[in-house]
Write a protein that binds this ligand. Structure first.
Ligand code: SF4
Ligand code: SF4
Length: 209
């Protein structure tokens, strides 16, 4: 019969509508918060959930997995006086491997000798061209560029807001550790192991002399 599917669909909507109130009351009686908490979002996202399953964006946001990637950012260490010490050496590998060629780097020059200094004077990414592939982060030998989780970058002016310069791209290593804890821990363990191996080699060479 024509319209049978529409009636069935409306029945599903009505069922969700009624279930939402029932489950909300049950949750309140049980002391569970169904909205604006990570537990509430997880409960409503479950495939067994009854009632409302949508997210109240932007007040609520679905959690993203650790490997989620959006725009790259530059990782800096915080110096003893709070200064930003870029991990980037401006080697240019990321710019070379970037498929749509949306990274531009200017290396710092020593003002006296004019010789190159392994640090970027400027680092620019056109985020409208970036295809979020993560190749720059994969190939960087210094763990200096990583993929961010922040996807809320909509703007009205492409030229003013979407050409990210070094200031806009730079974030502290603590931020990286917070959004990608497993990756950070693995890299730090590898760094420590490398340091210890170097120290052991040096000590072995000194003992042999
Ligand atoms: S981010 Fe990494 S790969 Fe890119 S220039 Fe800096 S050190 Fe080299
Ligand atoms: S994520 Fe991919 S497209 Fe974007 S800057 Fe890195 S290499 Fe280029």
């Amino acid at each position: 019969m024509n319209g049978k599917g529409v009636i069935r669909g409306l029945g599903v909507v009505l069922q969700h509508f009624i279930d939402t109130y029932i489950v909300d009351i049950q949750a309140r009686l049980a002391g569970r918060k169904r909205y604006y908490t990570p537990e509430g979002i997880a409960e409503r996202s479950n495939y067994k959930a009854r009632g409302i399953f949508t997210v109240q964006y932007p007040e609520e946001k679905l959690p993203v997995p650790e490997e989620f990637r959006y725009i790259p950012f530059l990782v800096y260490e915080e110096g003893p006086n709070g200064e930003q010490v870029q991990r980037c050496t401006s080697c240019g590998i990321c710019a070379k491997v970037c498929p749509p060629q949306c990274i531009w780097i200017t290396r710092t020059s020593d003002p006296v000798t004019g010789r190159p200094v392994p640090s970027p004077a400027e680092f620019i990414i056109d985020v409208d061209i970036c295809m979020n592939c993560g190749m720059c982060a994969e190939y960087c030998p210094f763990d200096a560029i990583k993929m961010d989780h922040d996807y809320e970058i909509a703007s009205y002016d492409r030229h003013r807001d979407n050409i990210f310069d070094i200031k806009k791209l730079s974030k502290p290593v603590s931020y990286y550790a917070q959004i990608r804890p497993t990756n950070y821990a693995r890299e730090e363990a590898a760094r420590q192991a490398e340091k210890e191996a170097k120290a052991a080699k040096k000590a072995g060479a000194a003992a042999a002399d």
